[in-house]
Design a protein. Structure first.
Length: 120
């Protein structure tokens, strides 16, 4: 069964190393999203901001972002290697300010393996 591995990474500087580690450990591809958690937004709200500030301006003025990485991995061995590589770089996910990592079973995947159009 395939699994979707999702990692919300707090430390942006670790992102390139984690991407390299995922690739080396067998992740077939990785999608990267810029994301922000509610806790970071609430901790950054200031009293001196206008009533309706532009969210784009607000987020651009402060680094409030995480990186959310996800991939679909078909075999358990590769999944365990990718998780171990992630923990090696990011550290123990049970500690504050590390991030979040979770795995979701995937019952069906289309498009994971790409074929050259000339092969069909």
């Amino acid at each position: 069964m395939a699994h979707m591995l999702v990692c919300v990474l707090n430390n942006l500087e670790q992102c390139p190393d984690i991407l390299d580690a995922w690739e080396a450990a067998g992740a077939p591809g990785v999608t990267i999203l810029e994301s922000t958690g509610l806790g970071r937004v609430r901790s950054a709200v200031r009293d001196d901001l206008p009533l309706l500030p532009s969210l784009r301006d607000f987020f651009a003025s402060q680094e409030l972002h995480h990186r959310t990485l996800f991939t679909v991995i078909e075999d358990e061995a590769s999944l365990e290697q990718v998780i171990a590589a992630t923990e090696h770089i990011a550290g123990d996910f049970s500690r504050h300010h590390t991030g979040l990592l979770f795995v979701v079973p995937v019952s069906r995947v289309l498009g994971l393996e790409k074929r050259d159009p000339e092969e069909t």
